[in-house]
Design a protein around this ligand. Structure first.
Ligand SMILES: Nc1ncnc2c1ncn2[C@@H]1O[C@H](COP(=O)(O)OP(=O)(O)OP(=O)(O)O)[C@@H](O)[C@H]1O
Length: 549
């Protein structure tokens, strides 16, 4: 099982090979053995009854979820964007701020992200809502924001799960036009929509899923299309596995070495060619049927002129996903999310209250620094819990489609570590300011600067190990309402008292130093804590990427 979309981006289209998905180790297969290829410039409809696995397939295509079996390759390097079935209004941002964050996450420089957001807000008739908090928007307006976040950076793969639902007529038309523009620019757009007429004339392939299996791969021929007899030629693209073309499908020629064939056949013959391909054993996958030639390559395309001269459309970004890998952008988004959600308040109040109870003015400096560092460990673990559960799942999915689920998780962990680190520095400074610069005997002098440095290092050990504990005892590794809280508390306590733990060593170094007045720098403990924290963060990110549950 491998998702090497970025690595394979230089190759042809998006490709699924033997893709299967089940939820849980023994759950039923929601999808099984799904295989098809989507060339650049395709508009693909996925259809099927409720619960048949359409959303599951779309999440896999968007890179938000991973298949349990099989692999996805060829995800375009120029960016993937996803509109989830249900977008959450429960984000603590105003519209423009959220969209600017998402533009940056999708690889645009901040200024371009804001320009792009304004452009699309204007196009969807939402310019007046730029400063409105998301949680004050109507359902339909919120859905427009959900759509806009996906359109910001000219995605080369756009995945739309019922994106039209809840939009008014005008907005539906804008989204229809935006989809056509992306496809004309060579992007791949995959969508699910309950209206069978949705973009029917432009759709290049329809994939129907039922009872977990891709039962049909068929071209989209709708009433809105010109009747075959009216068109001079029909371009047909299909993928096999290197088998010879079946009788009746003559005229199609190999494209590259991937088993794909393409050809223009007289319109009156197209049905017979399609029937021959689908009736072959095993059947060929029809990847496109259209009455005009497709664009050759997938490149982000130019935007149409904006409706008002005041707004200029941003230049199509070249390779935004590469820039989106800048971790700072993701961590900034997570920090803003955390600060605006106010969920940082409980750990902060807890830390402040317990510090106030345990630290008295004039007490020996090193002992107080040890107390402050020890207290920080459970606070850091708690902050991780807040950060990894703070973002609504659908909002996380939008971010994950741009940068991958692992990076999204790593950013949440990093944001927690930053907040705990700031708290640790502030705590160390306060302790250094109010404590007595002496040992436990009240006579031996303790130098404030070196002691504060040792205290800050011990606090850093606590931040790192608290972050590791939080990463290992919260989703995705530990799920449920009660278990993560219990395991976080028990693990944080254990890490503080178990002999040999870096946190125990760092705190003990300060407390024993307080008896003699000697300052010990916990260098080894700090290095060990950094290694443990990195390993835990990687495990947590790995588990998210594997959809471990
Ligand atoms: N996170 C999950 N955990 C467990 N089961 C899930 C999960 N997500 C989806 N399923 C199950 O997988 C099956 C397919 O769900 P999916 O949402 O992909 O179907 P769908 O075709 O999009 O349905 P609808 O048309 O109602 O939106 C359903 O039985 C659903 O209960």
């Amino acid at each position: 099982m491998r998702d090497d979309g970025e690595a394979a981006a230089a190759g042809g289209g998006l490709r699924l090979d033997g893709v299967g998905r089940r939820y849980g180790l023994r759950g039923p297969w929601v999808l099984r053995d799904v295989a098809f290829e989507v060339p650049p410039g395709s508009l693909v409809r996925v259809e099927g009854p409720n619960g048949s696995g359409k959303s599951t397939l779309l999440r896999i295509l968007a890179g938000v979820d991973r298949p349990t079996a099989g692999q996805v390759s060829g995800r375009p390097a120029a960016g993937t964007a996803y509109v989830p079935e249900r977008f959450p209004p429960a984000l603590p941002f105003a519209v423009l701020r959220y969209l600017t964050h998402m533009g940056a996450v999708r690889g645009l420089p901040a200024r371009e992200a804001a320009d792009s957001a304004l452009y699309w807000l204007d196009r969807f008739g939402l310019a007046g809502h730029a400063r409105t908090p998301l949680d004050e928007l109507s359902k339909g307006t919120c859905q427009k924001v959900a759509v806009i976040q996906a359109l910001l950076a000219d995605p080369a793969l756009l995945v739309l799960d019922e994106a039209w639902t809840g939009l008014d007529v005008a907005a539906r038309a804008v989204l229809d036009a935006a989809v056509r523009e992306r496809v004309a620019a060579g992007a791949i757009v995959v969508f699910v929509d309950h209206d069978p007429r949705r973009l029917a004339a432009d759709t290049t392939a329809v994939h129907a899923v039922d009872t977990g299996v891709l039962t049909m791969t068929a071209p989209a021929l709708s009433a809105a299309d010109p009747a075959p007899d009216d068109a001079a030629t029909v371009v047909i693209e299909a993928v096999g596995t290197g088998r010879p073309l079946p009788a009746g499908a003559e005229g199609l020629l190999p494209v590259g070495e991937s088993g794909a064939v393409r050809g223009a056949v007289p319109a009156g013959r197209s049905d017979a060619v399609l029937r021959a391909l689908l009736a072959a054993a095993p059947p060929w996958h029809i990847t496109a049927v259209r009455t005009d030639a497709p664009p050759a390559t997938a490149v982000p395309g130019p935007r149409p002129a904006p409706r008002t001269p005041r707004l200029t459309a941003p230049v199509g970004a070249t390779g935004p996903s590469a820039r989106a890998r800048r971790p700072g952008v993701l961590v900034r988004y997570q920090l803003d999310l955390l600060l605006r959600s106010h969920r940082w308040l409980p750990p902060l109040i807890f830390y402040g209250a317990v510090m106030a109870i345990g630290i008295a003015g004039g007490e020996p400096l090193l002992g107080s620094l040890g107390y402050a560092a020890a207290l920080l460990l459970p606070v850091a673990a708690w902050t991780v819990r807040v950060c990894v559960t703070n973002e609504p799942a659908a909002a996380r999915a939008c971010v994950a489609s741009a940068v991958g689920p692992a990076r999204a998780q790593s950013a949440a962990l990093a944001a927690a570590a930053v907040v705990s680190g700031v708290l640790g520095l502030a705590g160390t400074a306060v302790v250094a300011a109010v404590s007595g610069p002496h040992a436990d005997d009240l006579h031996t002098a303790v130098p404030i600067g070196p002691a504060a440095l040792a205290g800050a290092m011990a606090a850093a050990v606590s931040v790192l190990l608290g972050t590791a504990v939080g990463a290992l005892t919260n989703p995705p590794l530990v799920r449920g309402a009660g278990w993560p809280v219990l395991t976080t508390a028990v693990a944080a306590g254990a890490v503080l008292i178990v002999s040999g733990s870096p946190a125990q060593a760092a705190v003990t170094g300060l407390v024993t130093g307080s008896r003699t007045g000697a300052v010990h720098y916990p260098v080894l403990a700090l290095l060990a804590a950094a290694v443990v924290a990195l390993a835990a963060a990687r495990l947590s990110a790995w588990a998210v990427a594997r959809s471990w549950r």
